[in-house]
Each structure stands twice: as structure tokens, then as C-alpha cells.
Design a protein around this ligand. Structure first.
Ligand code: NAP
Length: 283
């Protein structure tokens, strides 16, 4: 039986070569473990990269590192909660590079996570503001131009906490479920304009965030000990238990998240949008 030609024109099989040639990629959270790794890999795959975050020194350090390898990058200091600083960062981006073809948000606020009945409203609101509203603000700024050019790719770095509920983590989980909803709904809106949106959901990943109890959240651990136990639970035991519950019995590596992200940004994944993809070692 003959089928009508309902396919979009197919991309030729990609020739070996860089996956993101001549693309401008904006990475929000570029100074962090996963964001920096995505920036490094994207540059190695031919992209020019805008490194966005609040810490000017760390962004400049990464910019110099990338430049040392011949990579094109600029640092753009901005807080995703501050619309004016984002506007200025995007302006700086336009002064140096063509408009972003690609966007990654790898930003996180994960502190002061406690049992809901003890959650201060301002901490709840701030978690949602950084993790979810920040992604909205960035998408809102870059998507119109992507649609105009009928080409674009967005990856929102979410979490396994966006696919299942974790105790003493309601705000963080809600923000990450929200990110996954944003990815799916935005994908449906902008797909006809050639823009794809996906979310990546890492499990525990080997970054600074995991090194110390106070980096992710003293309050979270105190809350877990008090409400869920055991009362002598330590951060190290919590992380070890989570690792033992994975099929691969180890933390995910930032470079593994980076490869998945670059794949999703590249034409290799041209049929994929609106997906929330776990990279959690089989947990
Ligand atoms: N590591 C894990 O185990 C794990 C697991 C699941 C999901 N994730 C997700 O992976 C992503 C990256 O995490 P990571 O482990 O790489 O964390 P990280 O090392 O702490 O990096 C977080 C990044 O977010 C930036 N950031 C925080 N608040 C910001 C704000 N208000 N405005 C702009 N930038 C801000 C930080 O930069 P500045 O300080 O310079 O602003 C930093 O670059 C996050 O979305 C996180 O939820 C991580």
C-alpha cells in the first residue's frame, strides 16, 4: 500500500563532524557542575556559548578555559530572578554573537527544603522563582526570535524530582514537575515553528551540589531526620543509599548529562520534542 507523503523533508544522515556547528548557545547556570560541562562539550561541538550566571569570577574562569581551547564564549552576569539583569545579559549576547539558536537552563535553588507544614512561604516562592520562573523568563526572551527564524532548540535541566515525589522536598519537586510541564506545553506551542523543547531529568549527579550537606540543604536533612528518619541519617548515608538504589551503583557524571543535552540540542534528535528524559542510573 502506498502512503501519502506525510513526512517532513528528512535531514540527510549527519556527516561526521561537530554536532552544533555555528550555533549560538545560551547556558544559564554555566558556572555550575552540569552547566559548565554542557558549555565545554557544546564548544567542542562547534557552538559559540554565552555563559550566564551570577558569579562573574567563575564565569570568567570558564570563559578563559574555553578560549584556551580555541572556543568562542562570553560571560553574561545575570540573576534569573531579575528581569532587568536578564535583559542586559541578552543585550550583551546580541552585541557579540548572533541571537541564540539554542538555550539550556541548568539553574538551581535547592536550599531550605523542608516538610510542607514547616515550609516558609518565602522559601517556597523563591524555589519556584529560581527553578521554574527563571526558565520561563529565559524562554520568553529567546523563543520569539527562534520562531521568527523557524529554528531553535531548548533543553531544561530538570530532575528525577520532577518525575516522582520526594519527602521534605515539595517546593523543589513542584518546581521540577513545573519545568517538565513547561517543556511539554512549550514544545506543543512552538513545534510548528521549528523549535524543539525537551527536559532532562538527572538523578544524583557528581557535582559540587552533592559534596556537602550544607550545599544542598541542612534544613532538608534536618527535616528528613525529624519526620522520616532514621534520626541519625547523615548526608553521606543519604547519598550512599540513593546510589545503592541505582542499577549502575554510582552517581551520574556531569559529562553524561552534557552528552544527552548536546544530543537533544543537535539535529540528531530532530524528531524529539516535548520529552522528559531520565538520566538517573536506573533508579
Ligand atoms: N547535581 C545533582 O545531583 C542534580 C540532580 C538532579 C538535577 N540536577 C539539576 O541540574 C542542574 C544543575 O545542577 P548542578 O549540580 O550543576 O548545580 P550547581 O553546580 O549548584 O550549579 C547551579 C548553577 O545555577 C546557577 N544559579 C543559581 N541560582 C541562580 C540565579 N538566581 N540566577 C542565575 N544563575 C543561578 C549557579 O551559578 P551562580 O552561583 O553563578 O549564579 C550555578 O551555575 C539544576 O537544575 C539541578 O536542579 C542536579
Amino acid at each position: 500500500m502506498e502512503y501519502p507523503n506525510i513526512s517532513a523533508p528528512s535531514h540527510a544522515a549527519p556527516a561526521p563532524g561537530p554536532l552544533l556547528p555555528d550555533r549560538t548557545l545560551l547556558v544559564a547556570g554555566a558556572s555550575g557542575g552540569i552547566g559548565a560541562q554542557i558549555a565545554r562539550l557544546a564548544v567542542a561541538q562547534g557552538a559559540r556559548v554565552v555563559l550566564l550566571g551570577r558569579d562573574a569570577e567563575r564565569l570568567e574562569g570558564l570563559r578563559k578555559e574555553l578560549a584556551g581551547h580555541g572556543g568562542e564564549a562570553i560571560a553574561a552576569v545575570a540573576d534569573v530572578c531579575d528581569a532587568e539583569s536578564l535583559r542586559l545579559a541578552l543585550e550583551r549576547c546580541r552585541d557579540h554573537f548572533p541571537p541564540p539558536d539554542l538555550l539550556v537552563t541548568s539553574v538551581v535553588y535547592g536550599q531550605r527544603q523542608v516538610f510542607l507544614c514547616e515550609q516558609e512561604e518565602e522559601d517556597w516562592v523563591h524555589t519556584i522563582d529560581v527553578n521554574l520562573n527563571g526558565a520561563f523568563r529565559l524562554c520568553r526572551r529567546v523563543v520569539p526570535e527562534m520562531m521568527r527564524r523557524r529554528s531553535g532548540g531548548i533543553v531544561l535541566i530538570s530532575s528525577v524530582a520532577g518525575t516522582r515525589g520526594l519527602p521534605s522536598n515539595t517546593a523543589y519537586c513542584a518546581s521540577k514537575f513545573g519545568l517538565n510541564g513547561l517543556a511539554k506545553a512549550l514544545a506543543a506551542e512552538v513545534g510548528p515553528f521549528g523549535v524543539r523543547v525537551n527536559a532532562v531529568c538527572p538523578g544524583l549527579t557528581d557535582t559540587q551540589l552533592l559534596l556537602r550537606e550544607d550545599a544542598y540543604g541542612q534544613d532538608f536533612m534536618d527535616s528528613l531526620r525529624r519526620h522520616h528518619g532514621p534520626p541519625d541519617l547523615t548526608w553521606a548515608r543519604y547519598v550512599n543509599r540513593a546510589v545503592r538504589n541505582t542499577a549502575i551503583r554510582r552517581l551520574v557524571r556531569p559529562e553524561e548529562v552534557a552528552w544527552l543535552t548536546v544530543f537533544l540540542l543537535s539535529d540528531l534528535s530532530s524528531g524529539m520534542t516535548g520529552q522528559t528524559i531520565g538520566i538517573d542510573g536506573g533508579s
